[in-house]
Design a protein around this ligand. Sequence first.
Ligand code: MN
Length: 240
Amino acid sequence: MHEVSMPPTPIFPAPPNPVALILGSEQVFPVRRIFCVGRNYAAHAAEMGNEVDREAPFYFTKSAHALCPSGSTIPYPPGTQDCHYEMEFVVAIGAPAFQVSKGEAMASVWGYGCGIDLTRRDLQSAAKDKRRPWDLGKDFENAAILAPLIPAADFGAVGAQRITLNLNGKPVQDAALSDMVWSVSEIIAHLSGFYHLRPGDLIYTGTPAGVGPVQPGDILSGAIDGLPPIEVTIGAAEQT
Ligand code: MN
């Protein structure tokens, strides 16, 4: 006798899949994984006391559940005394890429957005000192702030677009996307050698020089030429 297999019943309601907003659209971009590039602007690597590794880019990851939409007020993150902003250009993958060449890489890009990689710098520094992973410093709730995305065709070629961040209206980061050590196509080609990149994957491409701490009450406002701007307000730490 043939048994009809039923889909398994979750023991609790499945959490909603994180999504990114798309400018001017009712549709959303379902987010799968978040890859982040380290030390992709020479001046930022220098301010952190590091040299750029020109052999290959390197990465860390954040959970998709670390996403936070632009316009939010977030609590000052727990467990840190030194939370830093990092303004970044974000690439949204919309087609599979595995072991692609630089020449093939851009065909996998759906679009782009402004992002802020919030970092618990004290925890990251302690991890570096102890040769431990960076997760506590990088992968925490609201640590991947993201503005609405736009399609790659609307943005055009990635070139010398200006990338800036203001802290309470005062400029703190100001560079050009052409200052990136590893270009978008180089990053995708390299990363696709280690992962099957799929629609929904995001890549935060690293931050320019000028990173620094935030305090409760601060407002971060970032911009990249041709993209919807990003803003986040840092609220008080949560009380238990
Ligand atoms: Mn970063």
